[in-house]
Design a protein around this ligand. Structure first.
Ligand SMILES: [Cu+2]
Length: 493
């Protein structure tokens, strides 16, 4: 009987989704495979394995990883060609500690160049893994540096010039967790894969033969490649079984360009405990959270009141239109943590007065003219401050040790309003304001990626400490990035 209630709730959620602008069309775009009407949800949610530390003493972090080709059966009768780290699709979770020496041997077995970028990591420029650190086909790359950052849920993915979107889409992404004394000592769930669950959420579309439909026509470049299937940890329609009590979900929007609103079918409250760069000061109650491509959030969900047969759906609404039942959650057994933690970590707010330099950035979607439709679309351009990425040009110079305020505006002309998602390498920043107002509580912690809707202006403040060298700032909608919506800042002495 519980099951019937669940089905009703689930259908209600789908009907609600149908009220969106695109409606609940279960027919895919022509040429693309279509979403199944009734989900399967028989597969258990796979948990990415923790990457084995080759330093058995655990003193330092010593890892090896292959970038390789693979095959996955996303549909029972069809095989999809994929890419993965040490496997067919996605990669293992890398877990390190603040202060630990980190060494990894990245072996590129692909027939094309790749890179490995540590998204959100405060890292020496030469080991950043951006477009300036290519790993040519058949070669290895050997970063070696010390983790210099508080506990956080970061991730890694390729970042080679013009290839990021395609390589991520085919499966190159994984989580990168930093732990420290604070995360050790907080009374929060921390048993990886049991009550501390990583959720890499992505959408994909497929050709009828089962291959990923990663085609980049002009429409896809402008709007991003948006899929009609949701994958969680690389799996369609999985079920996660959690213990009764507090469960921590580490959410990553690992999609190429989608903006997700994530919540539950029964609209239950949860508590956000961490943003991109680590813990908030205290848990923030919400019942849905918006994450743009590249953003993360850690949430605590209380499953202590469920009956033994409860099933809860994790819903993902895509771009304000379609809602997908992304995953089901079954409750079984008893959790170690049953009470909600009250405070997490004291975080110093960087005072505005500390900033000595102010810069402004205009993220722009502009038309090069020749009519609004048809051929006119060919002339659309995505730029930052009127420029496209040029690896031989340094756009901004930042003095080491300085604090800066960056004002970022999404200026989109009528009929071409695109959201953008600004990501800075090297630093974790704080959001001072969104359209002149304080950001929501869950956006007041450390961030490395911020969604900027059409017409919005976001002001961020950051300290540029420790490392000199060249880093990227770019739109994290990967089709925008690959089209050149990216610039370089150099931290100088
Ligand atoms: Cu963009």
């Amino acid at each position: 009987m519980k099951r019937r209630t669940f089905l009703k709730r689930s259908l209600a959620a789908l009907a609600l989704a149908g009220a969106g602008s695109s409606g609940l069309s279960l027919l895919g775009k022509s040429g693309f495979a279509t979403q199944a009407i009734a989900g399967d949800f028989s597969k258990p949610l796979p948990i990415p394995p923790l990457l084995e530390n080759l330093d058995t003493s655990g003193k330092s972090a010593l890892f090896a990883m292959n970038v390789q080709r693979g095959n996955v059966n996303f549909f029972p009768d069809k095989t999809t060609s994929t890419l993965g780290y040490n496997g067919n699709f996605l990669g293992p979770t890398i877990r390190v500690r603040n202060g630990q020496r980190f060494q990894i041997k990245v072996n590129n077995t692909l027939p094309q160049v790749t890179t490995l970028h540590w998204h959100g990591l405060h890292v020496p420029a030469r080991w950043d893994g951006g477009p300036r650190q290519p790993i040519p086909a058949g070669t290895t790359w050997n970063p070696d540096f010390v983790i210099n950052q508080e506990a956080a849920t970061l991730w890694y993915h390729p970042h080679a010039m013009g290839l990021t979107g395609e390589q991520v889409y085919h499966g190159l992404a994984g989580l990168f967790l930093i732990e420290d004394e604070v995360s050790d000592n907080l009374d929060i769930p921390k048993n990886y894969g049991v009550d501390d669950i990583p959720l890499v959420i992505q959408d994909r579309r497929f050709f009828a033969d089962g291959q990923f439909a990663y085609v980049q026509n002009m429409h896809d470049v402008m709007n991003g490649v948006i899929g009609n299937y949701i994958l969680v940890n690389g799996t369609r329609e999985p079920t996660l079984t959690v213990p009764k009590g507090q469960v921590r979900l580490r959410l990553l929007n690992g999609s190429n360009s989608s903006i997700y609103r994530i919540g539950f079918d029964d609209k239950r409250n949860f508590h956000v405990i961490a943003s991109d760069g680590g813990f908030l000061e205290r848990p923030v109650p919400m019942n849905n959270i918006r994450l743009s491509a590249g953003e993360r959030a850690e949430i605590l969900v209380d499953f202590s009141g469920e009956s033994a047969f409860a099933l809860i759906s994790l819903l993902v609404e895509q771009m304000g239109s379609r809602t997908f039942e992304a995953m089901r959650i079954a409750v079984k057994g008893t959790a170690e943590v049953t009470a909600l933690v009250q405070s997490l970590r004291k975080t110093e707010k960087i005072p505005e007065g500390e900033a000595s330099v102010h810069r402004s950035f205009i993220m722009e979607t502009m038309s090069m003219g020749r009519g609004r439709m048809g051929m006119g679309m060919m002339g659309r351009r995505l730029t930052i401050n009127g420029k496209k990425m040029d690896i031989n040009r340094i756009d901004e110079q930042v003095k080491i040790g300085s604090t800066e305020i960056w004002e970022i505006t999404n200026r989109s002309a009528m009929m071409m309003s695109m959201p953008h998602s600004m990501h800075l390498h090297d630093v974790q920043f704080q959001i001072l304001s969104r359209n002149g107002r304080l950001p929501a509580l869950h956006e007041q912690g450390r961030k490395d990626t911020v969604l900027i809707m059409p017409g919005e202006t976001v002001r961020i403040i950051s300290r540029f400490h420790d490392y000199t060298g060249v880093y990227m700032y770019h739109c994290h909608l990967l089709e925008h990035e690959d089209d050149g919506m990216m610039g370089q800042f150099e931290v100088v002495t």
